[in-house]
Design a protein. Structure first.
Length: 90
């Protein structure tokens, strides 16, 4: 699966990589090289992050599904029990 990012986000990411190299590596990296590095990150590391996000969402959804019976449970066949309690209270 290819991870695509919007064009404006890609442009900002490339500028961020260029700035990172300039400020932290004390060397300049060109726009083309920064773009290639971004492609590498998206292809090599992107799926790791994506898969982790999917696993986190699955875990959260499974937890919510397991809580549905607690949150929305209704006792069954309660008419006569309620009716008997009301008669005793008179």
């Amino acid at each position: 699966m290819t991870i695509d990012i919007p064009r404006d986000t890609r442009t900002e990411a490339i500028a961020s990589i260029e700035r990172y190299f300039q400020e932290n590596m004390e060397e300049r990296i060109g726009n083309v090289t920064a773009g290639a590095l971004l492609n590498f990150f998206l292809e090599e590391i992107g799926p790791v992050i994506y898969n982790k996000a999917v696993a986190d969402v699955q875990e959260r959804l499974q937890t919510r599904v397991m809580e549905l019976d607690i949150e929305f449970h209704e006792d069954e066949l309660q008419y006569w029990r309620k009716s008997d309690r009301q008669r005793k209270g008179r």
